[in-house]
Design a binder for this molecule. Structure first.
Ligand code: FAD
Length: 365
């Protein structure tokens, strides 16, 4: 275990289930990790970040995901906000805002709207120029970490195209309302955001100009997909560990569960899932680190493999534990609820399959 992993292990300890039940992670802990640059480890050193490669940050993300998917979700949001600023912001915006994200400011990213979920071309949030300002009106839903965030990265229509705008969470006209009782990642601070005539200096529009919505969204979501994919590797590791321990220690019919072949089969499937997801994530991170043209597809593939394997494996882990893992407050029950949501976010299973099918068709010529 490296120093980063040891620090986060110490900070989380055995509290992830209590945070899940309470629906909250202590904000001071998030700020501490934020100040250490650990919530968005790929921010370059010149902007105060750790400058980690995608592979190193991915491995760290898997470690966090094995401890607590809510914390990993907050990390995904912070990293996605940082990546959006890095990709879309001007040199001045990068120099101003990235150091904030590596020194304790917490951020969240809002794409989804009541009528724009899978189909983000339906977003209606408007960013309207008005003199030296812009005025933002709209509504965002299910924004991970918005409850904790000081800064909201909001996507909306801008002129003929779209833009991302930096909205301080305490700006007049911003209302953040928590999602009540989410099924999983319960402490990740999901919230809806209302933006009513929010007036901001024009300098808050990333890059200062509009661009095609698809380009903007793909840039931001690709980071999110990588982070969720690695987080799913963490869920798989947690499931494998807890299920293996239980299968060795619990006996039925006069021998340990692990010696019953059907249970051994489940354990083998868990290992295959964990190894498969790890390798696909490593491949995607290498594409990312090399700036490969396959990067976008590799991120979709990693997210899809990670999420589907984690959801299947978490169900198997609950099956192996049976009543021992069937209560809230147990790592297997938490993994089961958290993993299911990974099949919905950053491109649902269906949307990932559609994108992968398009890729297959395009390479077939
Ligand atoms: P819908 O788009 O209504 O889809 C419903 C079902 O239909 C899904 O199964 C979908 O796959 C399927 N479907 C839709 N279109 C097609 C199609 N063309 N072909 C086949 N099937 C289709 N949003 C943010 O902006 N920021 C966040 O940080 C964020 N975090 C989230 C965290 C969680 C835990 C959850 C649950 C959601 C989060 N979201 C966030 C919202 C998330 O991005 C959306 O839930 C997701 O895009 C799906 O949209 P939807 O829920 O409206 O489902």
């Amino acid at each position: 275990m490296n120093d980063r992993e040891a620090l986060v292990s110490e900070l989380v300890g055995d509290r992830a289930d209590a945070w899940d039940l309470a629906g909250l992670i202590p904000t001071e802990l998030l700020r501490k990790l934020g100040e250490a640059g650990l919530l968005c480890g790929e921010v370059p050193r010149e902007h105060g970040g750790l400058g980690l490669s995608s592979l190193d940050n991915g491995r760290f993300t898997a470690h966090v995901g094995s401890l607590c998917s809510s914390l990993r979700s907050v990390m995904t949001s912070q990293g996605m906000a940082a990546w959006t600023i890095q990709r879309l912001g001007s040199a001045r915006q990068r120099a101003e805002h990235l150091p904030r994200l590596t020194s304790g400011t917490l951020a969240a990213v809002g794409f989804s709207e009541p009528q724009a979920g899978s189909d983000l071309s339906a977003i209606t949030t408007e960013i309207r120029p008005d003199g030296d300002d812009v005025v933002v009106d709209g509504r965002k839903v299910w924004v991970t970490a918005a409850h904790y965030a000081d800064l909201l990265v909001v996507f909306g229509r801008y002129g003929d195209g779209a833009a991302a705008v930096l909205v301080p969470a305490d700006a007049p006209g911003v209302t953040v309302e928590r999602v009540a009782d989410p099924m999983g990642c319960r402490a990740a601070g999901h919230a809806g955001i209302r933006l009513d005539s929010v007036r901001l200096p024009r300098g808050h529009v990333l890059g200062g100009a509009g661009a095609a919505l698809t380009m903007l969204v793909t840039a931001a979501l690709s980071y999110g997909r990588m982070s969720v994919a690695w987080g799913c590797v963490g869920i798989l590791r947690a499931c494998l560990a807890v299920a293996s321990r239980h299968a060795k220690s619990r006996a039925q019919f006069g021998r340990p569960l692990a010696e019953h072949q059907l249970i051994a089969g489940h354990l083998a499937d868990l290992l295959v899932a964990e190894q498969t997801a790890t390798r696909v994530c490593e491949h995607a991170s290498r594409c990312w680190d090399n700036g490969s043209s396959d990067m976008v597809t590799a991120a979709v593939l990693a997210k899809h493999v990670g999420a589907t394997q984690a959801a299947t494996a978490a169900a198997a882990a609950v099956q192996i534990l049976a009543s021992a893992g069937a209560s809230d407050g147990h790592v297997a029950a938490r993994a089961y609820r958290d993993a299911k949501l990974m099949e919905i976010i950053e491109g649902s299973n269906e949307l990932c399959r559609l994108m992968l099918a398009q890729h297959a068709l395009s390479v077939a010529g």
